[in-house]
Design a protein around this ligand. Structure first.
Ligand code: AHR
Length: 335
């Protein structure tokens, strides 16, 4: 018998969930799936099967996000997590989602590598009665009924916070900025760029070059090497994540300049490596992007399966750090 819960039976399921969890508490020793041989155990039917398609393993942020999801969606917490890594390719994510539909999982969750091109596969999930939850990155679709909820950060605000800081530093003089963009077509790349540009509009900051570094350290370094060869007057790097900023540090040092002094650097994420570079004075400012989305995902998945109303958009709060704040935060930093 499948553990695929349909929304129509959600109220029934909610009642069964309470009863089943009581049974589960008192039947730890009982053999699973045994008994009369006709059905599954209460503990097994209580489990929510969730198929998660992750973007990839491109950054420290992504590693922390994956850990949060895997640490939270455990058997003990009532989940059977099916996890796949799309290696930053949309076609791999579409394939994974189709496979979850075929397996009739209870919930599909994914962090879309790019914003567009999801309607067809999401319609397939909807037709199969499988609810979808978006984490971290949003999709650009006119049909909001294709997903239940989005959980993640406000990327436009992150870009604006970075731009506001840049403006404060350089107001009154003409300064040259280079931008290391995230993956082309990804929500955080589009939104952080837009937020930064709107914050610096009308100021003396000028973006003289902008290219994707695909959110990776290696590509961030390569792109920064190119920028340094083309421009000898760079004042500031705006990197859409810590990893690309860390790659830029390597390129700047290799070019004989001092990161954080000769060329200032702003990044987004606030993972440990980035925060250490900020504490060391090699990065000048970091806007946080909180990767610990596992608990919210578990909560929303349980509610969706139980047929409860959920918020369409759950925005995670992000902070920003300068050198002193990074030094203070580092000892307790979870990721
Ligand atoms: O979608 C969140 C972004 O993806 C993070 O800022 C970046 O590090 C990651 O690769």
């Amino acid at each position: 018998m499948s553990t695929h819960f349909r929304r129509a039976g959600a109220a029934l399921f909610a009642a069964a969930l309470t009863a089943a969890s009581l049974v589960a508490c008192s039947s730890e020793q009982a053999p699973q799936g045994g008994g009369d041989g006709g059905g599954e155990s209460a503990a097994a039917s209580d489990t929510i099967v969730l198929g998660f398609s992750q973007v990839g393993a491109e950054s420290g942020w992504r590693a922390a996000n994956t850990k949060s999801i895997q640490d939270t969606l455990t058997q003990e917490n009532g989940f059977d997590l099916k996890f796949s890594d799309a290696q930053q390719k949309q076609e791999n994510q579409i394939q994974a989602i189709r496979s979850y539909i075929q397996q009739q999982v209870d919930v599909i969750a994914f962090s879309p590598v790019v914003e567009t091109g999801w309607d067809a596969v999401l319609e397939e999930a909807k037709a199969a009665g499988i609810p979808v939850i978006l984490t971290d990155r949003a999709v650009d679709s006119e049909d909001e009924s294709l997903y239940e909820s989005f959980i993640g950060s406000d990327f436009v605000l992150e870009g604006e916070m970075a731009g506001e800081w840049a403006k404060e530093q350089y107001d009154g003089e003409g300064y040259k900025v280079v931008e290391l963009q995230g993956t082309t077509g990804a929500a955080p790349a589009i939104d952080r760029k837009a937020g930064f540009e709107s914050a610096i509009e009308g100021s003396d900051l000028e973006i003289i070059d902008s290219q994707t570094g695909n959110f990776t350290r290696t590509e961030g370094k390569q792109v920064m090497e190119g920028f340094l060869q083309k421009h000898d007057d760079i004042d500031l790097v705006f990197a859409h994540n810590d990893d690309m900023g860390l790659g830029a540090i390597e390129a700047i040092e290799a070019a004989g300049k001092v990161p954080g002094k000769d060329i200032k650097i702003i990044t987004i994420d606030a993972v440990k490596d980035g925060m250490q570079a900020l504490a060391d004075g090699k990065i000048n400012y970091i806007v946080e992007c909180n990767p610990l989305l596992g608990p919210d995902l578990a909560d929303i998945a349980k509610k969706v399966v139980a047929g409860e109303e959920v918020q369409k958009r759950i925005v995670v709060k992000d902070e920003a750090f300068d050198q002193e704040a990074a030094k203070a935060a580092l000892p307790d930093r979870q990721y």
